[in-house]
Design a protein around this ligand. Structure first.
Ligand code: ADP
Ligand code: MG
Length: 228
C-alpha cells in the first residue's frame, strides 16, 4: 500500500489533507503546486521566501472542507509582512468559522498563473464502482451541472470523449482570441487518475477542484481525497 494512504489509515483517518492529496497527485506525474506546512508565522515567512513570491496561504485542518468559506485562503501575498498578517487572519477566521476545529497550521504554496478552470473527480457508484467526472469549474459545475462521467478503467478514447462531451467544450478550444488549452494533458490526467484508482481500491473519493488548464499543460490547484 502507498505510504501516504497507509499512514492516514494507521492514524484512523479517512480524509487526506490537501498536502497529502497533492503529494499523491505528484507521485503519479500530474503537475501541481509545491507546498509546505507552517506552524508559526515565522515559519510561514521562511517557507514563502524559499518558495518565492507571490505565495498562497491556506488553512490546514481536517475539520474544514471548504477553506475559502472559512476565510482560510489568501492569494497573491507579495512579501513577509503580508504573509505574517495573512497567517494570523487565517487562524482567526478559521476558528471563528468552526471553534471546534483542530488546525494543523497554514500551508504555504506557490501561486500559479491563471488558466481555464476545470474540475476532475472520482466517486464510487454502488453499481459501477469507481466513476471519473470531468467538467468546467465555477458556475459551469455549480449552476449548469455541465459534467461528464465514465466508469474506470478509462482508455484514451474515453478520456477524449469525456472532454468533448461537455457543453462548454468550446471554452477549452479557445474563443475570442484565447489560445486553446492542452486537451492532451487533460486526457493524461484522466488516464493517470483512472489507473491510480484502479490500483488503490482504498480510495473512495477524489476532488481536484480547481485545475488550471493552460495552452501548455495544467496545474492542480486544490485537491482532496477520501478513503474507505
Ligand atoms: P477551497 O477549499 O475553498 O476550495 P481552494 O484551495 O480551491 O480552496 O482555493 C480557493 C481558490 O483560490 C481557488 O479556486 C483558486 O482560484 C485560488 N487558489 C488557490 N490556490 C491557488 C494557487 N496555488 N495559485 C493560484 N490560485 C490559487
Ligand atoms: Mg477548491
Amino acid at each position: 500500500m502507498n505510504i501516504i494512504i497507509g499512514n492516514a489509515l494507521k492514524q484512523g483517518r479517512n480524509i487526506l489533507s490537501e498536502m497529502e492529496s497533492k503529494q499523491l497527485i505528484k507521485e503519479i506525474g500530474i503537475q501541481t503546486t509545491e507546498m509546505k506546512l507552517a506552524t508559526s508565522k515565522e515559519e510561514a515567512v521562511k517557507f514563502s521566501e524559499e518558495t518565492g513570491y507571490p505565495v498562497v496561504l491556506k488553512v490546514a485542518s481536517f475539520d474544514i472542507t471548504h477553506k475559502s468559506d472559512a476565510g482560510g485562503v489568501k492569494v497573491g501575498l507579495k512579501n513577509g509582512a503580508e504573509v505574517s498578517r495573512a497567517y494570523e487572519e487565517i487562524l482567526v477566521s478559521a476558528l471563528k468559522y468552526n471553534p471546534k476545529a483542530s488546525v494543523q497550521g497554514v500551508t504555504v504554496q506557490n501561486m500559479v498563473k491563471p488558466g481555464v478552470e476545470v474540475i476532475i473527480g472520482m466517486t464510487q457508484d454502488p453499481q459501477f464502482g469507481p466513476v471519473i467526472m470531468f467538467g468546467l469549474g465555477g458556475v459551469f459545475v455549480e449552476i449548469l451541472k455541465d459534467v461528464s462521467f465514465k466508469v474506470v478503467p478509462l482508455n484514451r478514447r474515453d478520456a477524449h470523449s469525456m472532454i468533448k462531451e461537455i457543453k462548454g467544450y468550446r471554452l477549452l478550444q479557445g474563443y475570442r482570441g484565447q489560445k486553446p488549452v492542452d486537451i492532451d494533458y487533460l486526457e493524461n490526467i484522466l488516464l493517470k487518475l483512472s489507473d491510480f484508482v484502479d490500483k488503490n481500491p482504498s480510495i473512495k473519493e477524489i476532488d481536484l477542484n480547481p485545475i488550471f488548464a493552460y495552452p501548455d499543460g495544467a496545474s492542480v490547484v486544490d485537491a482532496r481525497m477520501v478513503l474507505n
